[in-house]
Design a protein around this ligand. Sequence first.
Ligand code: G6Q
Length: 544
Amino acid sequence: MSELMTAPSARPEWQALQAHAVAMRSTHLRDLFAADPARGERLTAEAAGLYLDYSKQRITDETLTLLLALAEATGLREQIAAMFSGAKINNTEQRAVLHVALRAARDAVIEVDGHNVVPEVYAVLDRMAAFVDQVRSGVWRGHTGQPIRNVVNIGIGGSDLGPAMAYEALRQYSARELTLRFVSNVDATDFVEAVHDLEASETLFIVASKTFTTMETMANAHSARQWLISRLGDETAVARHFVALSTNAQAVSEFGIDPANMFGFWDWVGGRYSMTSAIGLSTMLALGSGSYHAMLSGFRAMDEHFRTAPFAQNLPVLMGMLGVWYTSFLGAETQAVLPYDQYLRRFPAYLQQLTMESTGKQVRRDGAAVDYETGAIYWGEPGTNGQHSFYQLIHQGTKLIPCDFIGFCHSLNPLGEHHNLLMANMFAQAEALAFGKSAEAVAASGTAEWLVPHRTFPGNRPSSTILADRLTPAVLGALVALYEHLVFTQSVIWGVNAFDQWGVELGKVLAAQIVPELASSGEPALSHDSSTNALIRRYRAGRG
Ligand code: G6Q
């Protein structure tokens, strides 16, 4: 059942922003900085080890006031409280949304249907820690008595992207003697390449699937099972080489994994919000439980900040509202995320799912169509690689692309001048995007007249910079929670449900229909559109 909503665009605060946006379209960052020498220190905020400079955004104090007034009028404060209280805010699936309970303090009380879930969360975390200790200390042995040296996480979407990103991000803190691999794609190449140099007797498979029905994950898990049995020559080997992360104990046991080796979670954890649930087992195996809990503490610090800080100092609220400003009022279609840290190379891919599956919606919670733009397209690459590739379009193209720069004061791999070179590039890019280079300045430097337009940079290209001391487990936790709550903020303003993904479900159903048509020995009766029918026939003919 859907509650009836006020259309966001019918609110006076929304309309005030629309009128304000017209004036702001011709306001240049050069003028905003010239008018306020303290701007670069004033438009900043700090929490959970992250310093946010949003002074290079195309906003004035009035913009901020209007954006925060919209947040208040929309009931963001109440919605945050509702999420943290375990209310069933995922209305299309009638579920609570409590990823914040996964990293709450051990003595916290968070209730779903009158039942405190925090003790269950810690029961799983403690079982995970005990298992991780056994594997890392060599007490847990494979079927032939070998210790585990390789861990392969099999999962997709929310059961892959978070752990894969976190492993890359925190590799510096990981047990280097363990090899971790991530298999997600149903393309066999993913599995075959992941295991081609692994010894089965030393390999542990983690089958990560909330539902334990996902086609890709089940296909990979069955292939992994065969791979293991064919190498170790014994079906009972599965017991020492497979564990499951799931909410579906029955399907786990039908697959042949002992429920004692299953780590559970709950329907109030959405897939893309699940990296701090049992889905984090590979992360904990890599880091050890101490560093894993340090990561959770970073999440928790940002959760608390989001829940309690005034909006004007609240990082997720500020960044979320800036996203609303660009997407719904200034016509930006995409948001670039540019981490100046090689360890964060998978962070943009992780954010793509988090953001685009959550706010890629065209109807509101009550089913009415939106009459404004929602969810931005997220994309990015680590610096400085992007500078030699797509930054040209951000600097001199025709599109408005707000950027998030992410950098650290200290490198985890200090080597000569590398880190200063890296960070100088990050600061320079943000500066160049904002201020550009005027035609007068280009001409004054002696450039031939005909070349001047080519060498002119308009500037006024907005960005935020997030600066932290160094990339630690806690800082990664804070960074991920920042984006989780930024997405929540936007979903509240746009009135969409950030926690369902019906678009993903449709693809799953359609693929399942086509599978038997590709495999059938006789000519199948096809009832798709003429293009899909012809492609299927051509594929079948090609396969002989
Ligand atoms: C995430 C989505 C989706 C999901 C995958 C894997 O929010 O629900 O990406 O995580 O489809 O699902 P399972 O964990 O059930 O295999």
